[in-house]
Write a protein of this length. Structure first.
Length: 400
């Protein structure tokens, strides 16, 4: 039997893209049809200046200039508007990545970030690389930067995105609604009582899970301070991610927290699948991976301070599905949480809505589809200049 060499590429611009790649890697490695599976950060094959700039720029914009980030997101959300400039910058800074790709020659290439996808698409079009390129979109909204001139398949989070891409002119049969790939452990059912027992938390008090994301970026301190005015007795768990200074600051406030509503503070954890199973509400920012994990556990969200651009659009999706509420001011956060915890029937409706919108097996769906494609050997989709113009015009016509 012919065994495949699989390459999964992402970038360390935030953590969601990397986590999606890792989830796919776990599933691919379980398949008998694969001989070798590599999961790599494409930025590690670029020069140091480019790597440091690319990986840190997003975090700096999130922390210091979110309004600019939202403007940039919207301004660049036009098909092919920046592709020449992006390709030029990529080709100047990704020489080692190109050399690696040409020497490794994967049978299947999956990209969970648009940077390597655009570069690989160019290499295939220049006959410098033979591989089946698929792109996995890691947000609920499709941004124009994900568009490539040559590809085999797109995997998207929602049916709405599939409709959007097909209306723009992409072949419908090459767009698969898979959901966003998350760790396969989220597809294993876990009872709330079992999760709480394993984590050593109170089996009866409502549990609020406050997430600062894997990098610990976000308003966790303001959230905790706002929750002091809760009327409901709760237990609060804060996950600070890879931000030790945030954890230390929150630990200092722990001593001041009322004994009837215990506060626990953790750094980065591998137990998020258990915490989400144990929790009654998740309070945090709606990154694509975090939201997908929460829905897989049937965990309603209270959205706070979404990043302008993709997280605002992720918020729209979660609100449309009935899986979240949004807090516009921190002054009303405790009120909203009290209202939800005091209305068990509404919470149950939100849990059901979250589960109905979830794709806990997204990684498995993507891997199985890719292996089926490999066996059938479909030709790649080429988007020529005329088709690019048509897609750009179609995007302008439907833009609100």
């Amino acid at each position: 039997m012919f065994r495949r060499r699989v390459l999964i590429l992402s970038t360390s611009a935030g953590t969601g893209h990397l986590r999606a790649a890792e989830a796919l890697g776990k599933v691919f490695r379980r398949q008998p049809e694969t001989d070798e599976v590599l999961t790599l950060d494409a930025l590690k094959f670029t020069n140091k200046i480019f790597r440091d700039f690319y990986s840190s720029l997003y975090i700096q914009l999130v922390e210091k200039a979110p309004a600019f980030l939202g403007w940039w997101y919207k301004m660049t959300d036009e098909p092919w508007k920046t592709d020449r400039m992006r390709l030029m910058l990529d080709r100047l800074n990704t020489g080692p990545l190109v050399e690696f790709l040409e020497s490794y020659a994967p049978d299947i290439t999956v990209c969970t970030h648009f940077l390597p996808a655009e570069l690989i698409s160019h290499l295939i079009s220049q006959a410098r690389l033979r591989t089946r390129l698929s792109i996995v979109v890691t947000d609920f909204h499709f941004h124009a930067m994900w568009l490539c001139r040559l590809f085999h398949r797109y995997f998207v989070a929602t049916e709405e995105t599939r409709v959007h891409l097909s209306r723009l002119g992409l072949p419908e049969e090459r767009i698969t609604v898979s959901g966003i790939p998350i760790d396969p452990v989220f597809s294993v059912p876990l009872a709330r009582s079992d999760a709480r027992r394993a984590l050593g938390v109170d089996p009866h008090l409502p549990l609020l899970l406050v997430s600062a994301g894997a990098l610990g970026v976000g308003p966790a301190e303001v959230v905790v301070e706002s929750l002091r005015s809760l009327s409901t007795l709760v237990q609060i768990v804060v996950i600070c991610g890879k931000n030790p200074s945030l954890r230390e600051r929150l630990l200092k406030t722990k001593a001041e927290w009322r004994a009837s509503s215990p506060l626990k503070v953790f750094g980065y954890t591998q137990e998020m699948h258990r915490w989400m199973a144990a929790a009654d509400l998740l309070i945090g920012k709606p990154g694509g991976l975090t939201a997908s994990e929460a829905m897989a556990r049937g965990l309603p969200m209270v959205i706070v301070a979404p990043i302008p651009g993709q997280e605002e659009l992720n918020s729209d999706y979660l609100l449309e599905q009935g899986a979240a509420v949004k807090c516009h001011e921190f002054t009303t956060l405790a009120y909203k949480v009290d209202s939800l915890l005091g209305n068990p029937s509404r919470l149950q409706v939100m849990r059901t809505a979250a589960r109905n919108a979830a794709h806990p097996n997204a990684a498995q769906i993507i891997v199985r589809r890719l292996l089926e494609d490999e066996a059938q050997e479909p030709e790649p989709i080429w988007i020529n200049r005329k088709q690019k113009e048509q897609i750009a015009q179609a995007a302008k016509a439907v833009r609100l």
